[in-house]
Structures are given as C-alpha cells and as structure tokens.
Design a protein around this ligand. Structure first.
Ligand SMILES: NC(=O)c1ccc[n+]([C@@H]2O[C@H](COP(=O)([O-])OP(=O)(O)OC[C@H]3O[C@@H](n4cnc5c(N)ncnc54)[C@H](O)[C@@H]3O)[C@@H](O)[C@H]2O)c1
Length: 247
C-alpha cells in the first residue's frame, strides 16, 4: 500500500499503460483520477476499479485543451483535496493514430500538430495546471512518458521522436524548478510494449517487447517514496534497443 491517501491523476487512463497504472495505484491505496479523451471507455474503466473497491473518478478530457486540463485538475482537488502524483501517460505515434502510412515528407500538417500537441503540449499543460497545487502542498511527483524514439530518433517517428525528446528536457527543467519546493519529476522511456500486438514486430536485443506491467512497475516505483532522491532522470526500459543493436 505505497500510495495510501495519495491522490493521483493518470492521463491516457482508458487503455494500455495508463489504465494499468491507474488500476495499480488504486490497488495500492491511492485515490485516482482517470483522465482520457475517450469518455465512455474511461468511465467504464473507473467503474471496474470501483467494483474492486478503488476510490476513483473518471474525467473526459482532451489534453490539447488547456481549459479542459484545468477543469480536470480542479475536479481532482474538489473530489480528493490534493494532488500528489501526475502521471502523463496519454500519447501515441501520429503515423499510427492519424493513419499516415507514408514517410514524414508526406505527413499531413494535422497529423504533425496532433503528434506534438498530444505527446508534448498536453503534458506541459497538465504540469502547468498541477504545479500551483503541488507548490502549495510543497510536495508532488510528476511522471512523464517518453519513448526510446525520443533518445535514438527513428526514421518512422520524426514528429513522435521530437515530442518524446521534448519530454526528457521538460522533465529535467521541471526537476530543477520543483526541487526547492519538494517536487520531483521523472521520465520513463519505453521501447516496444505489448499494449498492442503489432509491437512484437519492433526488435530489441532481448528478443521481445516489454509486458506493460514491466513499465508500470517502474512508473509506480518512481512515483513512490522509495524513489525520493530520484529527480530529473530519464529511465529507458527498452530491452537494450537504445544500445544500437536491434536484435
Ligand atoms: N506501447 C508502446 O510500445 C510504447 C512505447 C514507447 C512509449 N509509449 C508511450 O507510452 C504511453 C502509453 O502508451 P500505450 O501504448 O499504453 O497507449 P494507448 O494507445 O494504449 O493509450 C493511449 C491513451 O491516450 C488517450 N489519448 C489520446 N489522445 C488523447 C488526448 N488528446 N487527450 C486525452 N487522452 C488522449 C487514448 O484515448 C488512449 O486511451 C504513450 O505516451 C506512448 O507514447 C508506448
């Protein structure tokens, strides 16, 4: 029960690693705000956690809208009184999500905008909106989701890689900004994760993609008191993919 009485906001909580980390925070005693653009899915995810005894609420939010982000933070404070942890998990490669099979040279501007806004601007908005609460509390942890593509780059990930590199810089600067106020920030940069079957095709020297649980365990560890001296660091969890050999 590492998160007893802690209040956590998880973005991207309707599916994949956002959903799994929300379930795991709740199972360890946290009160969790599940935030996602998919309102129906996030509400049913929250209902399932409630059935298991979790104290959670769901919010439909498009993280590209600062007004919606601010409302989510206000709702978290109204429901649970504070915010101890923000997990910025929402994201995705615009080539896949916006259905752009061609290269970067053919990418529609709308897909470029989506890639930057969901993977970078939205997380910055959430950090901006929770910081006044955390500064007042003089405590807080922010976990940002990067990607191995943000470290190595990727020919098929020009926009995604740029946004995810930005998450590493964002994390470092937040760590410096927050340190005098008891606020930590960490970045978790996975290689391929089996939140969808196609990730098995992305090679790693370890010969497989990660189980989502391997990544969420790292997210939970970094946001726990056991990681109290860790801030500003990017953690690759990529089966050695970033070492240069792709297996
Ligand atoms: N799965 C992988 O292989 C992998 C690898 C490296 C990094 N990552 C990163 O990890 C994170 C989680 O990945 P996943 O595979 O679990 O994701 P996922 O695709 O299963 O879930 C992403 C969630 O984000 C939500 N979302 C999308 N746009 C949104 C918006 N505008 N506002 C609010 N919510 C929005 C979606 O509805 C979805 O529920 C992402 O940031 C992703 O970029 C994933």
């Amino acid at each position: 029960m590492r998160f007893e009485d802690k209040v956590v906001i998880v973005t991207g909580a309707a599916s994949g690693m956002g959903l799994l980390s929300a379930q795991q925070y709740a199972a360890e005693g946290a009160k969790v705000v599940l935030a996602d653009v998919n309102g129906e899915a996030v509400e049913s995810a929250a209902e399932a956690i409630r059935q298991d005894g979790g104290d959670v609420c769901a919010v439909a939010v498009d993280i590209r809208s600062y007004a919606e982000v601010e409302n989510t933070v206000a709702l978290a404070v109204k429901c649970f009184g504070r915010i101890d942890i923000l997990a910025n998990v929402a994201g995705g490669n615009p080539h896949r999500v916006c259905n752009c099979p061609g290269g970067f040279d053919e990418m529609p501007l709308e897909a470029i905008d989506w890639g930057i806004e969901v993977n970078f601007t939205g997380p910055i908005y959430f950090c901006r909106a929770v910081l006044p609460v955390m500064l007042k509390q003089k405590s807080g942890v922010i976990i940002n989701l990067g990607s191995v593509d943000g470290v190595t780059g990727g020919a098929g990930s020009v926009v995604y890689g740029a946004a995810k590199s930005g998450m590493i810089g964002l994390t470092k600067s937040l760590a410096l900004f927050g340190a005098p106020h008891g606020i930590r920030a960490c970045c978790v940069s996975p290689g391929p994760v089996m939140t969808r079957a196609a990730m098995a095709n992305m090679k790693t020297p370890l010969g497989r993609a990660a189980d989502p649980d391997e990544v969420t365990k790292l997210i939970l560890y970094l946001s726990s008191a056991d990681a109290a001296f860790i801030s500003g660091t990017n953690y690759l969890i990529d089966g050695a993919r970033s070492c240069g050999g792709n297996g």
